[in-house]
Design a protein around this ligand. Structure first.
Ligand code: FES
Length: 250
C-alpha cells in the first residue's frame, strides 16, 4: 500500500563515485516495506517525485536505506540533505519481488544503480535459508559499491566493463561459471536485462524495471512496456516495477 510519509534523514554517505547511501527513519515504511519496493521522494523545490528503490530495511530500528547516484539537480540536492532534515515521500510503492514456493538457491544479477533492491532481497532470502549467488556489474572500479555486503550473503562476482576491478566485461560474461539455481532476479539497465533474460531463457526469473520510471504515479506514460504475446501494455510504475522475465517484451 502506498501512502504519504515523512522520513527523517539519519545519515548520508558517499559510497562510490557520485553514489550515495542515505539512511532514513520512518516506522511505517520500515515495518511494511518488502524487497523490490521503492520510495517516491519529493525533493524540496521540485514538483516531480523521484522513485528510488529501497536497498535495506532495519525493522528493529525503524530504518530504511536508499542508494542513489547523482544524475541531475534533484539527486544532487538529495545528496546535500543533512541528518535531522525530513523528506516527504509516497511509499512503500510497487509490487516487490516474488519468492513464494520452494526455493533452495537463487541468482541475483544487478547492474549499477539497479543493484540496491537486490541487496534487500538477498538479505531476506538468506534469512530464509536460501543460497544466494550474486553477479554485480559496474562501469569501472570507482563505481563499485556494496561488494562486501553481497559477499556476506553468498558467493559474489564483481564485473567491470573496463576491467579495472574484478572480471572484465559484462554480467553475462561470468554467468556461465555459476552453478545451477532455482530462479533469478535481475535489475539494471535495459540492455543488460535483455542480455540476462536471453542467456537465462531456460530459467524462471524476475526483473525489476525501476530504471525506466518517470513520474512514478501513472501520469507521464514514460514507463509503458509491451507485454508478451497476448498483447497490451503495462505501466512499470503501477503494475511493476517487478515482472516475471517472460511477462514483458524488453
Ligand atoms: Fe509516469 Fe509510469 S512513470 S506513467
Amino acid at each position: 500500500m502506498k501512502r504519504k510519509v515523512e522520513l527523517v534523514v539519519k545519515s548520508v554517505d558517499v559510497i562510490a563515485l557520485d553514489t550515495f547511501e542515505m539512511t532514513l527513519v520512518n516506522k511505517y515504511v520500515a515495518k511494511t516495506a518488502i524487497p523490490g519496493q521503492f520510495l517516491h521522494l519529493l525533493v524540496d523545490g521540485h514538483t516531480l517525485r523521484r522513485p528510488i528503490s529501497i536497498a535495506n530495511v532495519d525493522r528493529n530500528n525503524n530504518e530504511i536505506t536508499i542508494l542513489f547516484k547523482i544524475v541531475g539537480d534533484g539527486t544532487k540536492q538529495l545528496a546535500a540533505y543533512k541528518p535531522g532534515m525530513s523528506i516527504d515521500a509516497l511509499g512503500p510503492s510497487g509490487n516487490g519481488f516474488s519468492y513464494e514456493g520452494k526455493l533452495n538457491s537463487v541468482l541475483l544479477v544487478g547492474g549499477g544503480i539497479g543493484i540496491p533492491p537486490l541487496y534487500n532481497l538477498g538479505k531476506t532470502l538468506k534469512k530464509k535459508g536460501i543460497k544466494v549467488t550474486a553477479v554485480l556489474g559496474f562501469q569501472s572500479k570507482e563505481h563499485v559499491f556494496y561488494e562486501a555486503n553481497f559477499r556476506e550473503l553468498g558467493k559474489t562476482y564483481v564485473v567491470t566493463n573496463d576491467g579495472t576491478y574484478g572480471y572484465r566485461g559484462f554480467v553475462t560474461s561470468v554467468m556461465d561459471q555459476i552453478e545451477d539455481f532455482d530462479t533469478y532476479y535481475s535489475c539494471g539497465p535495459i540492455p543488460m536485462l535483455k542480455a540476462v533474460t536471453k542467456q537465462l531463457q531456460d530459467h524462471s526469473g524476475y526483473i525489476s524495471l525501476e530504471e525506466r520510471m518517470g513520474c512514478g504515479v501513472g501520469a507521464c506514460f514514460a514507463c509503458v512496456i509491451p507485454t508478451d504475446s497476448h498483447g497490451g501494455y503495462k505501466k512499470i510504475c503501477k503494475d511493476g516495477p517487478v515482472f516475471a522475465a517472460d511477462e514483458v517484451v524488453l
